[in-house]
Write a protein that binds this ligand. Structure first.
Ligand SMILES: Cc1cc2nc3c(=O)[nH]c(=O)nc-3n(C[C@H](O)[C@H](O)[C@H](O)COP(=O)(O)O)c2cc1C
Length: 148
C-alpha cells in the first residue's frame, strides 16, 4: 500500500469536494490518502515522503491562487522528481489553474504525471453523479500508476 497526499486550495468548497472524490478513487485502488488544505500546511517537511501527490486549485482571475503559488515554491524543496502526480480544480468558464499547476509539477518538479493530464470540473458538475465519478476515476488512475 502506497501513500498519496492530496493538497488543495478552495475558497468556496467546490475544489474541496472534488478532492474528496479523488481521495475515494485513490482508496478504491487500495492506497492510503491524506487530504490537506494548503493553508493549513505550516511546515513543508510535514508533507515529505509520500509516493504520490495530487494538487488541487480552483481558477480565480484566470490564474491559480496566490496560496497555491506560495505552496509550489515551498514544495520545490521536497524533491518530488519521479513521484507520481496529478492536478485538479473546479471552475466556471476558463479553468486555467489545474493546467498551470500540472505544468509546474511536470516541468519544474519533473514528476511522473498522470496520462490523463489535469482534471478540470465545472463547478455545477462537481456534485453530480458524473462529477463524482470523474473525480473517483482520476483518483483511481493515480492509484493505478503507483508501483505495487
Ligand atoms: C472573483 C472570482 C473570479 C473567478 N475567476 C474565474 C476565472 O478566471 N476562470 C474560471 O474558470 N472561473 C473563475 N471563477 C469561478 C471559480 O473558479 C469557481 O467558482 C470555482 O468552483 C471555485 O472553487 P472553490 O469553491 O474551490 O473555491 C471565479 C470566481 C470568482 C468568485
Amino acid at each position: 500500500m502506497k501513500k498519496v497526499l492530496i493538497a488543495y486550495a478552495s475558497r468556496m468548497g467546490h475544489t474541496e469536494k472534488l478532492a474528496q472524490y479523488i481521495a475515494e478513487g485513490v482508496r478504491m485502488s487500495g492506497h492510503e490518502v491524506d487530504l490537506k488544505k494548503i493553508g493549513e500546511i505550516d511546515d513543508i517537511q510535514s508533507v515529505a515522503d509520500y509516493d504520490g501527490y495530487v494538487f488541487g486549485c480552483p481558477t480565480y482571475h484566470r490564474d491559480m491562487t496566490g496560496g497555491m503559488k506560495t505552496f509550489l515554491f515551498k514544495a520545490e524543496n521536497l524533491n518530488l522528481m519521479g513521484k507520481i502526480g496529478g492536478a485538479f480544480g473546479s471552475y466556471t468558464h476558463s479553468g486555467d489553474a489545474p493546467r498551470y499547476v500540472f505544468d509546474t509539477m511536470q516541468y519544474v518538479f519533473k514528476m511522473d504525471m498522470s496520462e490523463l493530464g489535469s482534471l478540470n470540473v465545472l463547478e455545477d458538475a462537481v456534485d453530480t453523479p458524473d462529477g463524482i465519478k470523474t473525480g473517483q476515476d482520476y483518483g483511481r488512475s493515480i492509484g493505478a500508476k503507483l508501483p505495487a
